[in-house]
Design a protein. Structure first.
Lengths: 270, 337
């Protein structure tokens, strides 16, 4: 891949996607541990809103809320994951533009889209950590019991939010094209609440939207204790299909938008 | 020093760079922004080649099209017409292959992650540019030493001074060992000593390691000192493409300093309206005036002084430097005489 000059003592080797993944994840880890205030602040804000929802809901709805608290917790957990996945790429691109580092990621032999996707994945790993902490606290303060089969939860939650990652890629592409719109696109994350609640509406076509089908499976896994292999092949196929579909769609929008930005000469300009 | 890249005919009478030994070949590049009457031609039919192992300076006033040209060469901006080849690879058709040869510092000190340490930046950007950072760790140590950053290697970039950040930026661009570097204002914000160190380092990299550098700068002294060749742009076109020496010899631009007791305020005012005046110093009596002009202007100046009976008590011509050449060419191009 590389065509680099060498000098004394050097024996440069090509970096592959393994090295790229390691570098991107390690950078995310460094920032996470070196500047924990952002992550801690995010956890506190998320728990604050959950507290308002839980205690406020108890006052208004009483037993009705307590009866559905498991569903609320699972939904809230998936929502925090989704918000992290969605905003990871679009916010990251906005930050790279402001930092002046975007061009260097565009000008990589790996290609901009794979690098942006990997950076999104790194952010999702980080979001999994913070969302798990939020989940643990939610379970603790509500005294709820959930089925926590790690493998099932990780697989279903990951596939669920891959579709949102696709939306994030599309939003990231639009952010490259129209820089200031990035903040407005963040408002879309409140729409995820509707998608996560979709199984409750029992509308067939909703399952083809991001998150909806994944939310239904995650509810059954975490509340009813259903394991991954106990879902039907059709259910898993739909989950994978929705994830892949939105990821491909988001990738296509991202590629189109970045190409358009290059044509207009606005790539990297803020 | 390299005279110029050899050229061959493209068969229709136009010269294009010979692909042999050419690091970067730009052919017929044009870029317009906007439509209709409001369209702006940022780059207009630009053709040149850059020989491997040379430093080429890109000069031009603000709005001349330098940034658009560099970004077009790098594929950040897609041109309307023309091609760019890096090491014979078409940047627009096969960008990922072409990017294996290049790296760029386009944002000065804002070119790396300020929350990471200096060494972490070098490792990260080496990886991004396609090189396993473990395989070039010795190179990183050497770069840090050469740029005076060894003691700051484990300090987050945000804690460094502006000049240090600029050095880190350059180090991170060099970290992956790219063959061709694009540097936009690499010495901006550096003190004189740091700037000279960086210039020496650039020349060393070119002479010892065969790097090719395309450098855009407003610092004429930097360009004059380190560049083998200079491209001067104005209104989207390349109006000069030659070695520094050739440009200096070919200029018809003269800087002249005259001091006389006969230079009254009225005469000085009249001269200032006609000639590019660099400085005026009041004397008792008279004044000292320094101005630039071409040969015709020089004759006219003498005629005017004679007509006003100004005694030539002190006349000194100043050897033209690159700045004089630049001012002369760009003002001529814009019709501002």
């Amino acid at each position: 891949m590389t065509a680099r000059h060498t000098d004394a003592g050097d024996a440069p080797r090509n970096a592959g996607y393994y090295h790229l993944s390691k570098a991107v994840l390690y950078r995310e880890y460094l920032i996470f541990v070196r500047y924990p205030a952002n992550a801690i602040g995010g956890i506190i804000v998320a728990l604050f809103f959950f507290g308002v929802l839980f205690y406020g809901g108890q006052m208004v709805a009483g037993q009705a809320l307590t009866d559905s608290i498991e569903g609320i917790i699972v939904g809230y957990f998936l929502w925090t994951l989704s918000v992290g996945a969605y905003s990871s790429i679009s916010n990251d691109i906005g930050s790279e533009v402001q930092w002046g580092t975007l061009e260097r990621h565009v000008m990589t032999p790996f290609g901009f889209a794979p690098v942006a996707l990997l950076k999104g994945v790194a952010k999702i790993v980080r979001t999994f950590i913070t969302s798990t902490i939020i989940l643990a606290v939610m379970i603790g303060i509500t005294g709820t019991t959930l089925e926590l089969h790690l493998f099932t939860i990780v697989v279903i939650a990951t596939l669920s939010i891959v579709s949102v990652l696709g939306l994030g890629l599309a939003a990231g592409g639009v952010t490259v094209l129209y820089k200031q719109i990035g903040n407005w696109l963040n408002l879309l994350q409140f729409g995820f609440i509707v998608l996560i609640s979709a199984p409750a509406f029992d509308l067939g076509w909703l399952q083809f939207l991001p998150l909806a089908h994944g939310s239904a499976l995650l509810q059954r896994a975490m509340i009813d204790g259903i394991r991954l292999w106990e879902f039907t092949p059709a259910e898993i196929a739909l989950l994978v299909g929705v994830a892949a579909g939105y990821l491909v769609l988001g990738y296509a929008v991202f590629q189109y938008a970045t190409r358009r930005a290059r044509r207009l000469g606005v790539l990297g300009d803020y | 020093m390299i005279e110029s890249v050899s050229e061959v005919s493209d068969g229709v009478g136009r010269s294009v760079p010979d692909s042999r030994n050419v690091a970067v070949a730009v052919d017929g590049l044009s870029k317009r922004f906007g439509d209709g009457e409001e369209a702006i031609t940022a780059v207009n039919d630009v053709t040149f080649g850059i020989e491997t192992g040379s430093i080429v300076g890109l000069l031009g006033p603000n709005g001349a099209g330098k940034t658009t040209l560099i970004k077009s060469i790098l594929g950040m901006v897609l041109p309307d017409e023309g091609t760019v080849q890096i090491r014979g690879i078409d940047v627009y058709d096969r960008p990922r292959e072409a990017y294996a040869y290049v790296d760029a510092m386009l944002e000065g000190a804002r070119n790396d992650y300020w929350r990471l340490t200096v060494r972490e930046n070098l490792r990260y950007f080496a990886t991004i540019s396609g090189v396993d950072p473990d395989s070039v760790s010795e190179r990183h140590d050497r770069l840090l030493a050469q740029l005076g950053l060894t003691e700051k290697a484990d300090v987050p970039v945000r804690e460094l001074s502006r000049g240090m950040k600029q050095k880190v930026s350059l180090a991170s661009v060099l970290a992956g060992g790219a063959e061709i570097l694009f540097l936009d204002e690499p010495t901006l914000g550096l003190d004189i000593e740091s700037s000279r160190t960086l210039q020496r380092e650039l020349r060393r990299l070119v002479e010892e390691e065969g790097l090719t550098v395309i450098l855009s700068s407003h610092g004429m002294d930097v360009v004059e000192t380190v560049c083998d060749r200079v491209l001067i742009m104005s209104d989207g076109t390349v109006i000069a493409d030659d070695t520094v020496d050739a440009l200096l010899q070919g200029t018809d631009r003269h800087t002249i300093e005259i001091a006389s007791s006969g230079l009254t305020g009225r005469i000085v005012s009249k001269l200032r309206t006609r000639f590019d005046t660099l400085s005026v110093e009041q004397l008792e009596p008279g004044a000292r005036i320094e101005l630039t002009t071409d040969s015709d202007g020089l004759y006219e100046l003498m005629d005017r002084l004679r007509a006003e009976d100004v005694p030539l008590e002190h006349v000194r011509t100043v050897e033209p430097d690159l700045e004089d050449v630049f001012v002369g060419m760009t003002s001529l191009e814009s019709g501002d005489r």
